[in-house]
Ligand binder design. Structure first.
Ligand code: RRO
Length: 310
């Protein structure tokens, strides 16, 4: 069995990446991922200036997943750009970088800086942070998304990707697919970010479990797997020629296989990585190998996008 995958000019030994936000805010965390079994790594979504993020507690785990309202804590884009400048792109696993400006202008300034740096990284533009009080997720505003992508394409002259929020209606899949279809610079689409603004309740304490937004936060983990798979499958078939990164509910080789079967080129691990640490990437990789052996598949291409319908 060979888990290797080549896409958008990068080569990965296996399809596993951390989900942006998990274990990737500091150089120390990024280095731990670099030394892990991950096939590539991605940095925490960055803003123009460093941010402390929302007040704690701002992450909680449950039996079925997680809720977070981190509020975009990050060291500022210059920190991650410095890391990328020092990175040994020639010999190390591929590096992706997530960008999540607080405004159109901030996104343009950062994307222009990444263009200027001309590094062999893939940029994932985050259209879907659910945790900034008063700021709606751009991905739910199709007009604003189209404007942003058109403007970004003028200052960033390489292919890039977008991190989308989950959609829940075929009309909305279609509207966002049309926006992306109209932007030739889009090389990949990451589905999905957390399901925004869920509410986890601690029954014993009769209380919310995180402080920001009176307890509302982005939901990840087992809860989101079916929604993630639907988004991966719908965008993969509506956007032939672009790559889909699957994210949501992957905690073993089984869910990784499902995402790829639904059309994902590579996959990202969020909640499970937060809970278990980088050793889970070794486990998930090895489980995927075993599952493929059992099924008689030799490469990811043997089953990618081959989901059967009834
Ligand atoms: O930092 C966060 O609160 C956060 C971000 Br930017 C995001 O895109 N998704 C998420 O679940 N949390």
């Amino acid at each position: 069995v060979d888990l290797a995958v080549a896409w958008l000019g990068i080569q990965m030994d296996n399809p596993l990446i951390n989900a942006s936000g998990v274990m990737c805010r500091t150089v120390e965390e990024l280095e731990a991922l670099r030394h892990s079994a991950a096939g590539a790594l991605i940095t925490k979504s960055c803003t123009l200036e460093p941010r402390k993020g929302n007040p704690e507690p701002r992450y909680a785990s449950t039996a079925l997943g997680s809720i977070n309202s981190m509020g975009l804590p990050n060291a500022g884009y210059r920190y991650y750009l410095d890391y990328a400048r020092r990175y040994d792109h020639e010999h190390d696993k591929p590096l992706l970088m997530s960008v999540s400006g607080m405004s159109l202008e901030d996104n343009l300034e950062m994307m222009a800086a990444f263009d200027e740096a001309a590094l062999p990284v893939l940029v994932e533009l985050n259209l879907s942070c659910p945790n900034l009080p008063g700021k709606p997720q751009i991905g739910y505003d199709f007009e604003a998304s189209a404007r942003l992508l058109a403007e970004v394409s003028k200052v960033y002259r390489r292919p890039f990707g977008v991190k989308l929020p989950p959609y829940f209606d075929p009309v909305h899949f279609g509207e966002m697919a049309d926006v992306l279809d109209g932007c030739p610079s889009i090389g990949f689409v990451t589905c999905i970010n957390s399901i925004g603004n869920g509410l986890v309740i601690d029954l014993e304490r009769e209380s919310v479990v995180i402080r920001p937004k009176d307890g509302l936060g982005g939901i990840g983990g087992d809860y989101v797997l079916p929604t993630a798979l639907a988004n991966v499958r719908e965008f993969a078939r509506r956007l032939p020629g672009r790559h889909v990164i699957g994210c949501g509910g992957i905690r073993s080789g089984r869910e990784a296989f499902m995402h790829i079967l639904a059309g994902a080129t590579v996959v990202q691990v969020g909640t499970c990585l937060y809970e278990e640490g980088p050793a889970c990437l070794t486990r998930i990789r090895d489980e995927l190998v075993c599952l493929m052996q059992d099924k008689g598949y030799r490469t990811l291409a043997d089953f990618r996008g081959c989901l059967r319908t009834l």
